[in-house]
Design a protein around this ligand. Sequence first.
Ligand code: AMP
Ligand code: MG
Length: 414
Amino acid sequence: MIDYCSVNTNGLLLIEQALQLIKESVRPVIGNERVTLKQALGRVLSYPVLSPINIPQDRNSAMDGYAFCSSDMQKHHPSILSVVGTSWAGKPYPGNIGHNECIRIFTGAVVPDNADSVIMQEQIERDNNKIIFPADIATKQNIREIGGDINQNAELLPAHKKISAIDIGLLASAGIYDVSVKRKLNIAFFSTGDELCAIGQTLQSGQIYDSNRYILFGLLNDYNFNVSDLGVIADDKQQIKNTLLTAAKTQDVIITTGGASVGDADYIKEILEECGQVGFWKIAIKPGKPLAFGTINNCYFFGLPGNPVSVIATFQKIVAPALQLLTDMPGKRSLSLSATCLSELKKQKGRQEYQRGILTQSTSGELFVRSAGGQGSNIMSAMSKANCYIVLPVDSEGVLAGQIVTVEPFETFI
Ligand code: AMP
Ligand code: MG
């Protein structure tokens, strides 16, 4: 792997360089499997999916009303037609409509071949079996044409798309039972730290609850991976090393949190150097400077910082793009918007900051953002209140209230 660390004068890699390095070194996993629609949520399509049918397959009504032939309408006068039957959704009216006839029709019901218009039931008057159509009504309306949504053999979904709830609905509407998707990634994670206490136990003096594994569990859940939670490993170099080497035999990716820095109990980088290859180690972002990326045999490794807010930010900004490459989905980037900052934000030069913000929109559409609270990388309460990152570039020295800043709303990608 290329050592980009020399590129940046202060020894830190710019986030763009880190992402470029990930792009150059991460190869998509090989292997596909067929899964049913309900199992397909969050999976990545191996091939394009074509529609086996026209959707809709029949001309049908977009309204509850009356189907008729526009040639039966009088010019500039009301027209009176006889109702001769009904077309129900799922129970079509057999045959065509005769001269000066119409039929009752409901939404989704098949329109007789020779009818070219449907009028909404609210627009007519009914006198027993006579329907009075007002003068000059719009004709050739309210009919959904065959293939009006999708034509037979047209592409429903492209290859490499991550399947959403909406996509499942689209596939179901074409009657598709199963799809070919990329095999699931196997991802293991564990926390390191002597101070970590499992939830459900009483905190002893000096301990904190291990929140990182819950954060990672939640973030990874979005992708429908095979996730293994390997628990908490003490700050013990040999134990961490053994856990990594064992996991690397079966996993595509290992993610650890904590111990990635330069403290006396921080072993991650050392271990990666000893039993794998370091791709990069420090990135010029805040939160999240110490972040080790590399490989252990055929397994990709991410050693994230210990503080929970750093875990979230580095996962979203660095790990998620790598996981997308691994599962062969097209890289997406966060939607980036300009907003007026209502808070003064402090910052030092040297790292790109992702400060936690609350984005609002005025009734006239103007965007405003304010700080979500404490910006320490341990402050989860502000992270939880936030709905966006306020992105402050490397050379920024902070902003005053009233200045324009760049914001990235959470979970909005283009
Ligand atoms: P480290 O990178 O190991 O020095 O950890 C940095 C900070 O993150 C320390 O204050 C740790 O106590 C905290 N931390 C480490 N791991 C976790 C975790 N799993 N859950 C919550 N906080 C953690
Ligand atoms: Mg630690």
